[in-house]
Write a protein that binds this ligand. Sequence first.
Ligand code: 3H9
Length: 704
Amino acid sequence: MSINVVSYENCNGIGLVLISNPPVNAISPEVVAGLRRALGAFEADAEAKALVIHCEGRTFVAGGDIASFGSPYFDTRPFNLLLVRLDASPRPVVATLHGTVLGGGLELAMACHHRLTLPETRFGMPEVKLGLLPGSQGTQRLPRLAGVPLTLDLILTGRFISAQDALAAGIVDEIAEGDSLALGIGAAERLVKANAPLRRSSTLKVAVDAATTQALAAAAAKAAEKPAYPALGAIVRAVEAAVNLPFADGEEVEAREFERLRLSSTSRALRHLFFAERAAARIPGLPREIRAREVRSVGIVGAGTMGGGIAMNFANVGVPTVLVETTDEALKRGLSVIRKNYEASAAKGKLSAEEVEKRMELLSGSLDYASLASSDLVIEAVFENLQIKREVCARLGQVCKEEAILATNTSTLDLDILAQATGRPADVVGMHFFSPANVMRLLEVVRGAKTAPDVLSTVMQIARTIGKVPVVSGVCYGFIGNRMLEPYMRETEFLLLEGAQPQQIDTAIESLGLAMGPCRMSDLSGVDIGAKVVNEQFEAGELPPDPSYRVVVRKLFDLGRYGQKTEAGYYRYEGRTPLPEPVVATVCTELAREHGISRRSNITDQEIIQRLMYPLINEGIQILDEGISYRPSDIDVVWTAGYGFPDHRGGPMFMADQIGLSEIEKTLEHYGRMRGNQFGYWTPSNLLKSLAASGEHIVAWTKG
Ligand code: 3H9
């Protein structure tokens, strides 16, 4: 392993430490070892009057090396001792900052006596997003520089601030434009010349006033509401220590908390997702340097909830977008809903009135497919019906220009059939947005049998531009997410038939941290939408030959109980508040009788969790085995970014390893015996069986 990631040289009387650890100069064990040597060289270099710390490449240190946090040998102490040495240096130490100065990077900078930054630099303490707190004296130095309220805000949210805000807060000392290394050397020379006492952040007093006490109390109360995120409470305790204890004692509190959090399942799950989201962008077999197609304008067919939400994503990043509808009324309604959404954001102070107008100007409407002729990317977002979508795709194939990418927002249909309908399947790809499409982060990118590599690569890049997390799925019913949702909904309905109440099922699932249980989710997304998909599958002969399969949703649909929009579904609604509905229990009792399913009163929360989650996990593992998903972590991204699965559990595959694959296998077989397995609902996938037998983890699995 290369150890030349840090160098030291004397540059005309100024010592210079250069860190070069691409891509983001993260503090790895090699960087710590290099820094120790470089600092030793400076300390021994009597000719150096000051020291400048500078990073090569796109950024100053963007944090500790997250990949090293899982190592049994990980230890913050060696790095922290170096920070104490820098702080105590009798000769001035200057940090010269550019890029994103984050976490351990900001901690390194704060241990220096003077911080100079370029104007575009951004600063932050994002450890909380990894379930951690700053572990290299950040909780002790930041309150001394910026006060407790801002420290808590930055460390608890992990948000980034600009150089200008960092200067105003006292986190940096000056902003300068030009060559940052030359500027740093200039600053060091000035400090030498001034010969004034050095400003050491460890020796500053934390300002304490009423706002401090109030901010600590408010943060502690908020942390107590979120026990699944132990970092929140730990951050408050460490910052409190900065207020109440000498620096070194506060540092000890921080170190204890950091170590506890580092080993916690929450932090392991969040670190897994950090790398999972980045891995999802990599497509096996696709060269990274492939030339993307240019996308300067977008067309969308359908201005309903989905089409409108999709259009907003593009207007938000300045891409002109045309929406095509069949009637003037539908078009006007769609555009006015978009305007209302933007105005609601403006009312919350998230957008200015000018920005609202600017975005609306980028959106145009048309009743003529010919307006799509010049669009670089066209996304169809019409009703989820094979025949309708096929017709739309055929028209797109005719009117769109050569080189245009034709995307479908289908959530369940066979992409290859739609691709064929266009007559140019290489240009076709699935872009499955999640509702509300302007909010949800996930984008399932569906790769058809004939999707051209540059089409796929372009869509992955666009997804990032519009702030989505793209995950590639192969073609199958429901792709990754909805296919895994199917057994989860199946068991929800069987449990209702067996005697569970919607609220019992939802409460059990929500106790895991999912945003919404299955009944509330169905009511929100529309019982009618769910039922129509099931009915279509039924007509296409794609359902298991089980007469009791998903009979509840179909019955509620027949009864006109479409969910929140009709104020009646699995629940009855007052506003958005779901209330228990005796009619649903009656419906389920009758359906159970009709299908010979016996009712019982001993359904436990544990049974609900196992019967919903384990078949979902089993389906995910089957999806991997079939090559529909490239890697287990992609499935975790789908569920955490698109289905409200709690990030602190890392996603269904990460959770499966926590539970134990052999435990899952045994439990599936147990329910197979209890419920009968005539339709294969409880058959563990072959991959699950083989991994359970060998004791391997699913998260580490790669297709051989
Ligand atoms: C910490 O500092 C704890 C300390 O308090 C105590 C210990 C010292 N480590 O996101 P990108 C990789 S906790 C390892 O696609 P962007 C990333 O995996 C840390 N690797 O680029 C990717 O690799 P690949 C606190 C890292 O331009 C590549 O860099 N700091 C790290 O969209 C490019 O990343 C954070 O939490 C890392 N720390 O965004 C910062 N950071 O190409 C986390 C990045 O192989 N990082 N990589 O997939 C970020 O927020 C963004 O990466 C950043 C760049 C804004 C820096």
